[in-house]
Ligand binder design. Structure first.
Ligand code: NDP
Length: 296
């Protein structure tokens, strides 16, 4: 029997913990706040940010949403970030990517106060993560780590193959899973577009994490019998639906679930966990900034 991880149910558990923490903060006169910043009109980004703001409302977090015109200058965006850095009612800041071409994403990430860096992408926080002293674990990798733990997958000594080496998924996840820690201790191989014989690597893996941004790329014949499969991908593919598209992952769920012992679906897998870990980081940021020791 294949165990299909219910990312929505697990995310709800995290959201419940966040709501409880919010109550503890409120008792001390503090409302945790998360600012989301969007620049431009990218429809997928708009959807993600709307969902994040709805999550804030649900959990009792003060959601502050700022829209910056897509034609505005990089300095305008940096001024927005600087204002949010200065606000006492904002404890976490997220700038939704991708940003317009004329904006240097790295400069914008660098401008976020590291103690308000709810995404964990500021170089100071990346450095801490690599050193095994994470302050804010990036949301998607942290969500994946939680899903593995929830499915009773002990990564110690396991061979993990991550398909994708981005700064937001592949690299930080590799760092988390290789750490000398109870929820790490794996032997991690990170694959990318120049990897030779990917299939040999995924076939030899105990755990395969797909984060390549390629629809249904990882198929059952690339997996060993009993592998654990986590699908990070979110791809819009044309479909005969009301919206004209449907969401599929980077894993071909049908063939992969014939081989896998544990698998995460898309939708309803890593996506909701990513959003839940964003609020988790907001609570962590609020603790660090206020000194209120709310349970997390
Ligand atoms: P990127 O496009 O930044 O990175 C994709 C990675 O996949 C790159 O490292 C690339 O290699 C690698 N790759 C591309 N083609 C191949 C191939 N044929 N074989 C092996 N590796 C390949 O994507 P992201 O990391 O931002 O996102 C990955 C996926 O996860 C996307 O579908 C995205 O939508 C989704 N996502 C989902 C989230 C969630 O909450 N569930 C959050 C973030 C992302 P190279 O470096 O050589 O180019």
């Amino acid at each position: 029997m294949t165990d299909v991880i219910d990312g929505n149910a697990l995310a709800d558990q995290v959201f419940d913990g966040v709501s409880d923490a919010v109550d503890e903060f409120e008792a001390e006169g503090v409302t945790p706040g998360l600012a989301t910043v969007i620049m431009g009109e990218d429809p997928a980004s708009q959807t993600y940010v709307n969902m994040k703001q709805r999550d804030c409302e649900k959990a009792g977090v003060n959601g502050v949403h700022v829209e910056v015109d897509g034609d505005a200058s990089q300095d305008d965006l940096l001024d927005t970030v600087a204002d949010l850095n200065d606000r006492d009612d904002v404890h976490g800041i997220l700038v939704q990517t991708p940003l317009p071409d004329h904006v240097d994403e790295r400069e914008v990430m660098n401008a976020i106060d590291p103690i308000k860096d709810a995404d964990g992408f500021h170089p100071e926080n990346v450095g801490r993560l690599v050193a095994g002293e994470a302050r804010f674990k990036p949301c998607t990798p942290h969500g994946v780590q939680r899903m593995l733990a929830h499915a009773d997958v002990d990564t110690e000594g396991k061979d993990v193959v991550i398909v994708g080496r981005s700064n937001i998924v592949g690299k930080p996840l590799a760092n988390l899973l290789m750490q000398k820690a109870d929820d790490g201790n794996a032997t991690v191989t990170v694959c990318h577009s120049r990897t030779t014989d990917l299939e040999a690597k995924t076939k030899a893996a105990d755990v395969v994490v797909a984060a390549a941004g390629l629809p249904e790329f990882v198929t059952g014949d690339m997996l060993s019998e009993g592998a654990v499969v986590i699908d990070v991908g979110i791809n819009r593919v044309d479909a005969d639906t009301e919206k004209g598209y449907e969401l599929v992952g980077d894993v071909d769920f049908e063939s992969a679930s014939e081989k896998a012992s544990v698998i995460s679906p898309v939708p309803g897998g890593v996506g909701p966990m990513t959003r839940a870990m964003l609020l988790y980081n907001t609570i962590k940021a609020t603790r660090l900034q206020t000194g209120v020791d709310a349970t997390l």
